[in-house]
Design a binder for this molecule. Structure first.
Ligand code: ASP
Length: 451
């Protein structure tokens, strides 16, 4: 018999949780069972789910730090990347931002969480959210956010789980590891004259600094590989966590819990569809001068793999191959795509924003424009920091939740439908990477006369 894949187990666990929970809920309502007994079952479900969440939370800090440092140092000598690197990163941030705006508009249109009763408000997870200054000018809020991004002490930020300062520090650290690894002798030692890498003037001190920086780069790459494995291992326990949360929602709230989650999933899905079928094709057509349909056809094997594996990292070899088939030269693809698999996640960025705004609605929090801007900004950073593996975006959501003062355990709310959304958002992530490759290749072949 074919072995069941993880997502099948997750679906089974969901079904089982609902199958046990719903009749219990009905029995409690009709008085056939004492309400306290059913509440106890629901609490056991929640306790189980919370254990799984703790495991996920345990991974966040080392995963973000190692993923970001490895992403930045993997770009090689940042000076040499020049125009290609600048354009690629600008494209990545630009499209992710458009994706987020699409998501935010969709949530505000459909309001999937308004009035939803998912049954966590009175439980431990529902500790009153500490809303960020509710008043205040958008500019002031953003300024405070910017200020808060610079950690006074990066180790303390890590210990406190303060994600934004940690992300900022990790990127800067990555940039400077690269700078030292690729430094020239005359930068390190002012006495140095005209100098080329590896020539005789490469003093022992400089060589030592360079090899030290290379060691750091390799250390973080190793840590990243280990953390990815750990994440995959923890994710294997997802069926247990999902079962617990499902039991909790179904026994505690009955059918109402499902209606709300369905509307939330639809919101993410529609916003992803707008990005994949409208925004990215327009970009392909007008910036990449490529037929969107032709490109999508060439990319099909990669897109289907992304959909079924929910991992843009795992899909990378196919993404490279398919974009080459779509006419992107290998030297462009081999730089743009691995970087994209790490930092460019339009689908994830959109999903983070929608999910957090949905959670805020469930908690009855009315987010001001400034707070929504903070969600957008942190969703962008969270997507940059998310690894290209299943559910990484869910792990990163704590960054966005904590930025607006929502309890990080609220992630538990949306776990039940996460796999299917992960499959969809990963497909969009990979498609967006491939569009970036087409656009960058177009401009690399036909560079602007001045820069
Ligand atoms: N699974 C996504 C990816 O690999 C990341 C995420 O969880 O959003 O691209």
């Amino acid at each position: 018999m074919k072995r069941l894949e993880l997502h099948h187990w997750i679906l089974l666990a969901m079904g089982l949780g609902a199958l046990i929970g719903l009749p219990l809920n009905l029995a409690a309502e009709s008085g056939a069972l004492p309400a306290e007994t059913v509440a106890t079952v629901a609490d056991v479900g929640k306790a189980l789910g919370d254990l799984f969440l703790r495991l996920l939370q345990m991974l966040v800090v080392p995963l973000i730090v190692s993923s970001l440092i490895t992403g930045v140092t993997g770009m090689g000598d940042l000076r040499k990347l020049g125009r290609l690197g600048g354009r690629t990163v600008a494209f990545y941030l630009g499209t992710s931002f458009v994706a987020i705006v699409t998501g935010v508009l969709m949530v505000n249109l459909l309001n999937p969480g308004v009035g939803a009763d998912l049954g966590l408000l009175e439980a431990g997870a529902g500790a009153a959210p500490n809303v960020v200054e509710s008043g205040g000018h958008v500019g002031q809020i953003l300024w405070a956010q910017l200020e808060g991004m610079i950690p006074k002490n990066p180790l303390k930020a890590a210990a406190d789980g303060d994600m934004l300062p940690l992300i900022f520090f990790s990127i800067v650290l990555g940039v400077f590891i690269s700078a030292v690894e690729h430094q020239r002798g005359d930068e390190a030692d002012e006495a140095g004259g005209p100098y080329r890498e590896g020539d005789a003037q490469d003093s022992p001190e400089v060589a030592e600094e360079r090899s030290g920086a290379a060691l750091l780069r390799r250390f973080f790459a190793g840590l990243f590989a280990v953390m990815m494995r750990m994440t995959l291992a923890v994710i294997r326990l997802a069926p247990i966590g999902v079962f617990g949360f499902m039991l909790y929602a179904a026994a505690g709230r009955g059918l109402a819990a499902f209606e709300a989650l369905g509307l939330y999933a639809l919101t993410v899905f529609l916003a992803l569809a707008v990005h994949a079928f409208v925004t990215l094709p327009l970009i392909l057509r007008f910036l990449g001068h490529r037929s969107p349909i032709g490109h999508a056809k060439a990319m099909m094997p990669a897109l289907l793999t992304a959909f079924s594996t929910a991992s843009s990292n795992g899909t990378l070899p196919l993404t490279l191959q398919c974009t080459e088939r779509s006419g992107v030269p290998n030297e462009v693809g081999s730089f743009v795509l691995p970087l994209g698999a790490t930092i460019n996640m339009d689908g994830t960025a959109l999903y983070e924003a929608v999910a957090v705004l949905f959670i805020a609605q469930v908690y009855g929090m009315d987010l001001s424009l400034g707070q929504q801007a903070i969600v957008a900004l942190t969703a962008l950073l969270a997507s940059v920091g998310a690894a290209g593996i299943p559910h990484a975006g869910t792990v990163m959501m704590v960054v966005v939740l904590s930025a607006v003062g929502l309890p990080t355990t609220a992630v538990g709310l949306i776990l039940a439908v996460d796999r299917i959304l992960d499959m969809c958002r990963t497909t969009v992530n990979v498609f967006s990477d491939s569009c970036a490759a087409v656009v960058v290749a177009h401009y690399a072949a036909d560079p602007a006369p001045t820069d």
